[in-house]
Ligand binder design. Sequence first.
Ligand code: LLP
Length: 420
Amino acid sequence: MYYGFNYKKGEFYAEGVPVREIANAVGTPCYIYSYSALKHGFEKLHSAFSDIEALICFSVKANSNLAVLRAFANFGSGFDIVSGGELFRVLNAGGDPSKVVFSGVGKTEEEMRFGIDSGILFFNVESLEELYVLDGVARKEGKKARIAIRINPDIDPKTHPYISTGLKKSKFGIEIERALDVYREAVNLKGIEVVGIDAHIGSQIFDVSPFVESIRKLVQLADTLAKEGVDIEYIDIGGGIGIQYREDEKPPPPDLFAQAVKREIANTPYKLVLEPGRVLVGNAGILLTKVLYTKVGALKKFIVVDAAMNDLIRPAFYDSYHEILTAYESDAKREKVDIVGPVCESGDFLARDRMFPVVKRGDLLVVQSAGAYGFVMSSNYNSRPRAPEVMVKGEEFFVVRRRETYEDLIRGEEIPGFLR
Ligand code: LLP
């Protein structure tokens, strides 16, 4: 059981609130986040780095709800963003722009302007062409854009291919062999101020050695640059720390991860920047869903629930595993089932061939580890209104995003005159 969630008196609780109560109040499907779990997770990582100069920039793409962002802002977190929309969210949540790093291979000029005018800490630049465009935008604004160059360190993080980003064949970053030339070019641009080096090698990584290998390469490059008179202030090592999804998985505890990272960076003049997403929110959230039907097919038994791939796409998209529990302690006989949603696609499943207690129509189920890349990747596919998000603190719960309505579904759409 993860921090903030537990069975009490036979019922599944988010902190001090039975999830049944939340289901009664807001319906299902619904995302539930534990405030204490967010706080606990941040403090654990933060204190593991408290003896060096380190800035934790929560990766907004993992969970961008305003209340979640405000919580992190209150904890003192910075933010890693990849779009103007994420910057807008961070500012609206009261995030400090001077603690924001802006990553991503395809920033538009408009997004660059927004970042420069907001006074963000730095841009992670991913190509020579982007560097020139950023320089132009900054000069037009009469300002300098602070930058790090994202290096592609060519390291295999041994994770899902869709979320490996530091390999030579990937679209991200600039090869380390070419980086020196790009830095030499960057220091001559009037609209650019070089402040850092950046890499992000992938996500859901369990092994600390790829991180260590990557940091070594970054530190080496920073040292080489120093000899040429280019002073690097920040080394940004990206995100990617893995979390537990299955009971038998053992990700590195934050302090162990921190120790390995600090060994590489402690005796250098560089400040550390981290961009963790999943590790800070993944197990702080669940998706609550209700059994609609149980159905015996020719070859399989199905549990049809009211959450679908449009609510949580990870199982369909990455074939990823999410632990699923009943919202009440059950000693019912277990049987092998597929837990599926109402969407008209065979890929619409939350679990396949899972041993699961016998359940019936109306039972509540808890999909665990849904705090990261859950709601943020949800869509309106099959014209399903997106689920509400709820934050629990102690004995209280707060709707931090209401359920979408049918009106929300068609907002912005128009039937042109010729069809009238
Ligand atoms: N920094 C950059 C530049 C990134 O691209 C990412 C994630 C992060 C930080 C945060 O990584 P984390 O600490 O969360 O691993 N949708 C996928 C994960 C995609 C990750 C993309 N980049 C999933 O559901 O597993």
